[in-house]
Design a protein around this ligand. Structure first.
Ligand SMILES: *Cc1c(COP(=O)(O)O)cnc(C)c1O
Length: 224
């Protein structure tokens, strides 16, 4: 299967306004260009230094989304150009992003990552922590970040009922946070959920951004 065939097939299953983030982490710029030449413009990466290099080498109308765990000392590699950071999982990180955004004279769009999976290892806030963050003076003083929605990852399982339950939960969190904290803010609109194995369920449950990697580019080889 070619990247073009894979992309067409996936895009045919994504109804507007849901958008596709083509997760290109670990893949070389040649493959990204192949997807770009099919019209894909949003790419997702999870390593700050990697995306910094790719951004320099690839067309400037690409929207780079950062989807991985971000360390505060790596923010500087993505702050000048990142169009959305999906994976904000602490107030400390958000404040550090704000600081780098000021240096770049930008407002950086961010999503708050919520822990919905059964695994202990996945990063993210629980719902209470999230409301505490949104009510804190520290958060409300940050002027160079903008919260555009939430992100979550379902449990790694074949159990579709479990996955659907987790996406439904994330959607319900979105609605509650929107109504409580962002009622009149049209920019708070994103629910980033769904990957190669579960994006169809995610779309049915209200995803606005699906993050699909291996179903487009094939398996990742982490050794290169
Ligand atoms: C790697 C990654 C993806 C893409 O995973 P696939 O299963 O290859 O589609 C999506 N979201 C996050 C946060 C990732 O790290």
């Amino acid at each position: 299967m070619s990247i073009e065939t894979n992309l067409k097939n996936i895009l045919s299953q994504i109804p507007a306004p849901t958008r596709l983030v083509a997760v290109s982490k670990t893949h070389p710029i040649e493959l990204i260009l192949e997807a770009y030449n099919c019209g894909q413009r949003i790419f997702g990466e999870s390593k700050a230094q990697d995306v910094n290099i790719k951004q320099q080498q690839l067309p400037k109308d690409i929207e780079w989304h950062f989807i991985g765990h971000l360390q505060t000392n790596k923010i500087k590699y993505i702050a000048p150009f990142a169009s959305l950071i999906h994976s904000v999982d602490s107030l400390n990180l958000l404040a550090a992003i704000n600081k780098e955004a000021i240096k770049c004279n930008r407002v950086i769009d961010c999503l708050l990552q919520i822990h919905i999976a059964q695994e202990e290892t996945k990063f993210g806030f629980d719902f209470l922590e999230l409301t505490q963050l949104l009510e804190s003076a520290a958060y409300n003083s940050l002027k160079n970040i903008r919260i555009c929605g939430i992100m979550g990852m379902a449990t790694l399982t074949d159990d579709e009922i479990q996955i659907r339950k987790e996406f439904k939960l994330l959607h319900s969190y979105f609605v509650e946070i929107k109504n409580t904290y962002f009622k009149n803010e049209s920019s708070f609109k994103e629910i980033s959920m769904g990957m190669s194995d579960d994006y169809k369920i995610a779309i049915e449950e209200g995803s606005t951004l699906v993050r699909v990697g291996s179903a487009i580019f094939g398996n990742r080889n982490y050794s290169n």
